[in-house]
Design a protein around this ligand. Sequence first.
Ligand code: NDP
Length: 276
Amino acid sequence: MDRYALIGHPVEHSKSPLIHAAFARQTRQKLSYRALLAPLDGFSDTVQMFRKEGGHGANITVPFKIEACSLATRLTERARLAGAVNTLTFVNDAVVGDNTDGIGLVRDLIVNLACPLAGRHVLLLGAGGAARGVLFPLFQTKPVSLTVVNRTVERAQELRAAFAPYAGQTAFTAGGFQDLDGWEFDVVINATSASLENETLPLPNSIFAPNAFAYDMMYGDTPFLAWARSAGVTQLSDGLGMLVEQAAESFALWRGVRPKSARVLRELREKSASNG
Ligand code: NDP
C-alpha cells in the first residue's frame, strides 16, 4: 500500500487524513495517509524517516512550509514563487516541492462558490505564508485590481516588490489597514491568522462593494465572517473548501487521478452541521 502523510506541528486536529481517505475510497486507490507530528527542531529527520519507511509523498503544514522549500531538491514554479511548499513527492532520489494552496483557494472561490475573480477588485488581508502562496494563482484569474494589506506594512510592501512582475494587467498595490478608508472591494480574502487568535481586524465597514464576497481561509464561524455579516455582507465562506481543493490537487499530483472534491466537501459540511 502506498504511503502518504501530513507532517506538521500540531497535526492531531487536521481533517486531511479524513479527506484523503475519502478521495482514495472514491477513486479506488490503495493508499494510506496519516498525520505525522514532527518535533519543532526535527522536520528534516521526520521526512527522512518517513521516506525510509517507504513514504511516497507528504503534505506539509504549519510551521514547516518554508523549511520544506529548502528541503526540496526541485521546486515547481508556483512553489518557487510562493517560497513555501505544502506538497512533497519523493521520486527516486529527488524530492519535488509544490504548492497547491493557491489553486485550492481559486478553485473553491470560482467553482464551488461561483465567485468570479476576473475583472473584480480583490483585497487580500495578510502577508504571511498563505498570502504568498495564493498571489500568483490569483493574478492568473485576472482581477482588475489586487490590494494586499498587512498589520506589518513592510511585509505587504515586500510582497508587492516580489510579485509585481507577475501582476500582468492587474493594478497591484500594498499598504496597511489604515489605508483602506474610502476604498471598496468585490472580494475580500482574509489570509491573516487573526481569526485563530479570536481577534478581529481593524477594517472599516465601508470596504465591501454591493454584492461583495467575504472569504476567511480559516474554517468555522470565524470572527472575520461574523464581522463581515454584521457589515451587511450576505455572500460568505470559510476556508474548508480551500482545504479540500488543495488536498485534491495534491492527490491528483501523486496519483494521476482527480477526485470529485465537491462531493467530499459536501460530506464534511454535513458532518460538521450534524456535530452541531
Ligand atoms: P503566517 O503565520 O505565515 O502569517 C500570519 C499573518 O497573519 C501575517 O500576515 C500576520 O501579520 C497576520 N496576523 C496575525 N495575527 C494578526 C492580528 N491579530 N491582527 C492582524 N494581523 C494578524 O500564517 P499563514 O499565512 O500560514 O496562515 C494564515 C491563515 O491562513 C491561518 O489562519 C491558516 O489556518 C490559514 N490557512 C488556511 C488554509 C486552508 O487550506 N484553508 C491553507 C493555508 C493557511 P504580521 O505580518 O503583522 O505578523
